[in-house]
Design a protein around this ligand. Structure first.
Ligand SMILES: [Zn+2]
Length: 108
């Protein structure tokens, strides 16, 4: 929980900086909420980027049809989450012209 105390202190500083002089408590609450959601969205994007293997496997087996798929490149991905739109990159393995697959160790 020490991390949460540090995060809360940083959040307080950021809210104070953003609001300069708040008119009322509701305004402060709304700004805290806005910044918490943004921090969560950025944390989720960072988490997803960290899950990406540094060196993607050369091939992977498609869980749908069993065919081997070769790694082509990293590809931009966009997720609509509870925290907003999160963008990250993930390995791209086209199986054929009809579909693609992702490595089997994945969370999204
Ligand atoms: Zn397939």
């Amino acid at each position: 929980m020490e991390h949460m105390t540090s995060i809360a202190q940083l959040l307080c500083l950021s809210v104070e900086e953003e609001l300069q002089k708040a008119e009322n408590l509701s305004e402060v609450e709304q700004e805290i909420r806005r910044q918490m959601i943004e921090a969560g969205r950025q944390a989720l994007a960072t988490y997803l980027q960290k899950q990406r293997p540094k060196y993607p496997a050369v091939t992977t087996k498609c869980p749908h049809c069993g065919q081997e798929a070769g790694y082509v490149r990293l590809r931009a991905a966009k997720l609509h989450t509870m925290l907003g739109v999160v963008r990250y990159e993930r390995p791209y393995y086209p199986v054929s012209y009809t579909h693609l697959t992702l490595p089997t160790k994945r969370i999204v």
